[in-house]
Design a binder for this molecule. Structure first.
Ligand SMILES: C[S@@+](CC[C@H](N)C(=O)[O-])C[C@H]1O[C@@H](n2cnc3c(N)ncnc32)[C@H](O)[C@@H]1O
Length: 326
């Protein structure tokens, strides 16, 4: 017989959401129970999972796979990032390390992972210990003080790869660009960046922009009464959800010739305008029906927003969406 899931404690979840939205460093652990963690995992955590799904889809389209057989989830919470990676790259890891300053969190994440992925050894480590292998960071940045952020950037230098996903806010988008500039000294930028040079968003003329993207919710969520309830209770959209991300790897080659869109396209009746990042510039480009088949994914807009454009000045004259061959 199918078990009915436990009811969600929406008031507690609203308090947690307010804590996150306050956008202040949280120096002490705030997880109080396994029940609270389970409620988070089925709602806010699952929504973060949709961002990871889109990031992983982009990484696969760009031909990336994890360079190391050790996976570390820093600030793991319920372990949503680790679970999405383990599911996406089966057999790629010999060991998983979970780090969080909350023992309730590491305990919850370990149990969940051992239920879902039998056979992978899971190690719990103090967050101040050395970071090993491919590091996942998900929605941790805003909880760290500036000193802790600087310390984390320094500690990441000795790792093999970093896959970092944060909310798509101005603050997080800009903070990840700062982290990129530090990591760029030793790592190849895999995504979203289509080049290895200084980030074009640091130029004064791009001050108003920040690096962010949108992840769709699975189509089933839009029909599911549970997510309708979520929307009403938490006053949060189901999707697309905004995120910022950064993937850096010491062994990757880096691919040329791609463009990554930033934010959402601006639609006009007969054309649309996109902010596009590529090796040569960050530019507002215009597409219309005359751009050919590429107009459709641009208009949709398709996700992940990675393209090979043919351009005449600021007009898109043709090209290909990277996910077009799926
Ligand atoms: C918003 S939750 C995100 C959890 C999970 N990564 C996710 O994406 O769902 C932030 C997590 O970072 C942890 N955290 C915050 N500051 C930390 C620190 N200084 N060291 C280790 N973990 C920390 C918190 O305990 C919490 O589990």
């Amino acid at each position: 017989m199918r078990q009915t899931p436990d009811p969600i404690h929406w008031n507690d979840l609203r308090e947690l959401r307010d804590l996150f939205l306050a956008d202040l460093p949280l120096e002490r652990p705030y997880w109080t129970s396994l029940r609270q963690m389970s409620d988070y995992d089925r709602t806010l955590g699952e929504r973060i999972g949709w961002k990871w799904d889109t990031v992983i889809k982009e990484l696969k389209l760009r031909g990336w796979s994890p360079p190391s057989r050790v996976l570390t989830d820093f600030g793991c919470g319920t372990g949503i990032a680790a679970r999405r990676m383990l599911a996406a790259f089966p057999g790629a890891f010999d060991r998983l390390v979970l780090m969080d300053h909350s023992a309730i969190a590491t305990g919850f994440a370990r149990n969940k992972i051992q239920e879902e992925f039998t056979g992978i050894p899971v190690e719990l480590k103090n967050p101040s210990e050395t970071l090993e292998g491919t590091i996942l960071i998900s929605h941790v940045l805003t909880e760290l003080t500036e000193t802790a952020q600087a310390g984390l950037a320094e500690r990441l230098q000795s790792t093999d790869a970093v896959v970092w996903v944060e909310p798509g806010t101005v603050r997080c988008g800009k903070a990840l660009v700062q982290q990129r500039e530090i990591l760029r000294e030793r790592f190849t930028m895999v995504a979203p960046c289509p080049h290895q040079g200084e980030c074009g968003l640091l130029l004064p003329e791009n001050e108003a922009h920040w690096c962010h993207h949108f992840a769709p919710a699975p189509s089933s969520a839009h029909q599911d009464p549970f997510w309708g309830h979520f929307r009403r209770e938490l006053n949060l959209d189901i999707g697309p959800v905004a995120y910022s991300f950064l993937v850096a790897d010491k062994t990757a080659a880096g691919d040329g010739g791609l463009s990554h869109l930033i934010g959402k396209p601006l639609r006009a009746p007969k054309f649309l305008r996109v902010l596009s990042c590529q090796q040569e510039d960050i530019a507002e480009l215009v597409a219309s029906r005359r751009s050919g088949d590429i107009y459709r994914p641009l208009k949709q807009p398709a996700s992940p927003a990675v393209y090979r454009f043919e351009r005449r000045k600021n007009r898109i004259t043709g090209g290909q969406w990277l996910g077009g061959d799926e």
